[in-house]
Design a protein around this ligand. Structure first.
Ligand code: ADP
Length: 533
């Protein structure tokens, strides 16, 4: 049985348990003609009826709405609405001190009451709990659109509070927590039933609202699931035992109370420390798995690099031979296609290797004095065939003052390469402009295309790992190019940003300090702990 199926057993069993109890109570009221045995007397017929309807509603609601169960969910909402009406009308009678004859509508209560009008009436907290519980069920899947932060759990959680207080009251013999009028109390069985139903209702939609963390399969969820029962039961049981000892006369009240608080502090502290240790262990395990994955990625990329480089050389050699020996056009076309795919594969492997270097902290900068204008011209020269093929022609360099600084040659070439290849891929074959400006202590390079552009909400995201915008084109990579570009720029203590309008084009700006002394390009590396292991 999967975890999800096990979670769904909670609403199912809560509905079955409470339905059986309430049917038993109703039968006993009917058979005894209004004089059920004492143990059941405090659960009024109306209460049992409302509890039965709520259980059926939970049973029908246990599956989220899908094709084919719409009618069942509507039926559940009708039953819950009827319960809200009955419980609401009961509360209304208390509020205005009136009797509308609702309490004995099906069976008259033969019990002795100081006030005849209270005969057969459910208690005020039972009616409040039933209203909250059923209102939560009604809006379980169909809450009004205007309620942004309010969900079913906003009603279901308060519905649990009153029965819990009543149960505590019964445990500690304090009737103020369940007895509201001389003849009116929330029966122990009613409180337990309401508690079971509210929990069942909450678990109808485990991944939502307050239950999201409790039913998650992540570290937080596991931790919370282990802690909730302890935190819930420990104070209750400990308090009960201390009170018992006080009543027996072994301790006076002050000492018993002080001992209770002291032992609660010690026990809760130990639980917190124990939970912290467990979470640390789980977190370390997770980090080790991440590290193992990074290593696998790195080894796989290294192993793939050699055969791919050799394939690339061989296809280029084949192209040369075909050209020299005037090979037929079809073969040339096929070899060309193979080369395009191998180039793409090579780029993906390069990206993966860079990613792995960044993640494992092996991304070291080797800086030298470089003239940016010269470097830009060189990179453009190398990419000339691609620019020509795209139809944009080689980029115009709008301005190029003498701008030199100390940077890592290979890495900055990679930055320029990424920006230019993106302007080719997404520039729509329109002219590309490059501007290099001296900013005093830094140099700014701007690459402008007039292509598809990037929507405003995506402009920050494209610098994240694996982020791509819109349709994935055949020419697209893994969505790592700009991430690696940003890592290189930031490792040089620089900045990268984009200005873009959809349909009008994009301008990528890179600002690099001329002389930054850092050599370590580790940015998003793993925590120190895992790098050392
Ligand atoms: P990829 O390898 O997929 O091109 P990049 O990290 O280089 O990944 O780019 C991320 C995404 O940013 C691209 O998939 C593309 O959607 C968008 N993008 C990058 N450059 C440009 C540009 N000049 N014009 C429009 N969109 C761009």
């Amino acid at each position: 049985m999967t975890f999800k199926e096990r979670v769904l057993l909670i609403p199912k069993s809560s509905a079955v348990i409470v339905f059986s109890i309430s049917v038993l109570v109703m039968i006993s009221w009917l058979i005894s003609q209004g004089s059920p045995p004492d143990i059941l007397r405090h659960i009024k017929f109306n209460t049992a009826f409302c509890l039965a309807m709520t259980s059926v509603s939970i049973w029908l609601m246990k599956d989220p709405p899908r094709k084919g169960n719409g009618k069942l969910i509507s039926l559940a909402q009708c039953l819950s609405s009827l319960t809200v009406v009955i419980a609401g009308a009961t509360f209304f009678q208390y509020l205005f001190g009136i009797d509308i004859g609702l309490d004995e509508i099906i069976i008259s209560d033969k019990g002795a009451y100081s006030q005849k009008s209270l005969a057969g009436r459910m208690s005020p907290p039972t009616s409040i709990s039933l209203i909250l519980l059923n209102f939560g069920l009604i809006i379980l899947d169909h809450k009004p659109k205007r309620w942004k932060r309010i969900g079913a759990s906003t009603f279901l959680i308060p519905a649990i509070i009153l029965p819990i207080f009543a149960i505590i009251g019964y445990m500690y013999g304090e009737d103020a927590l369940y007895q509201y009028l001389p003849d009116i109390r929330m029966a122990l069985i009613t409180s337990v039933c309401l508690l079971i139903l509210a929990i069942g209702a909450l678990f109808c939609r485990p991944g939502e609202g307050a239950l999201k963390v409790l039913t998650s399969e992540m570290i937080g969820g596991i931790g919370v699931r282990r802690l909730v029962p302890v935190v819930f039961l420990l104070p209750m049981i400990l308090g009960y035992l201390v009170l018992l000892v006080i009543h027996k006369g072994y301790l006076d009240f002050q000492l018993g109370f002080a001992l209770l608080i002291g032992s609660l502090i010690i026990l809760l502290m130990s639980i917190i420390v124990f939970a912290g240790k467990k979470l640390d262990g789980l977190d370390l395990e997770r980090l080790r798995l991440i590290q193992a994955r990074e290593e696998l990625l790195s080894i796989a990329s290294h192993e793939l690099k050699t055969p791919i480089t050799s394939m690339l050389l061989q296809t280029q050699l084949m192209q040369k031979v075909l050209k020299r020996e005037n090979g037929d056009e079809r073969t040339k076309k096929y070899v060309n296609q193979v080369e395009t795919q191998v180039v793409k594969l090579n780029r993906l492997i390069e990206d993966m290797l860079d990613l792995s270097r960044i993640r494992t902290g092996k991304f070291i900068l080797t800086k030298e004095q470089i003239d940016m204008c010269e470097m830009v011209r060189e990179v453009i020269g190398r990419l000339k065939p691609l620019f020509e093929k795209s139809g944009s022609g080689s980029p115009q360099i709008d301005s190029c003052q003498h701008t030199s600084g100390t940077w890592d040659r290979i890495r900055i070439e990679q930055v320029l390469n990424n920006l230019f290849t993106n302007s080719i891929r997404y520039g729509g074959g329109k002219p590309i402009h490059v501007k290099i400006t001296d900013q005093g202590s830094s140099v700014q390079i701007s690459v402008k295309d007039s292509g598809i552009g990037i929507p405003a909400e995506k402009q920050d995201k494209i610098f994240d790992r694996f982020e791509r915008v819109g349709m994935i084109k055949e020419s697209s990579g893994l969505g790592l190019g700009l991430y690696i570009t940003k890592q290189i720029v930031v490792a040089h203590a620089g900045k990268i940003w984009v200005e873009s309008t959809v349909g009008a084009g994009s301008t990528f700006h890179v600002e690099l300090p001329k002389n930054d002394s850092s050599t370590q390009g580790v940015l998003e590396s793993l925590p120190k702990q895992t790098r050392e292991t």
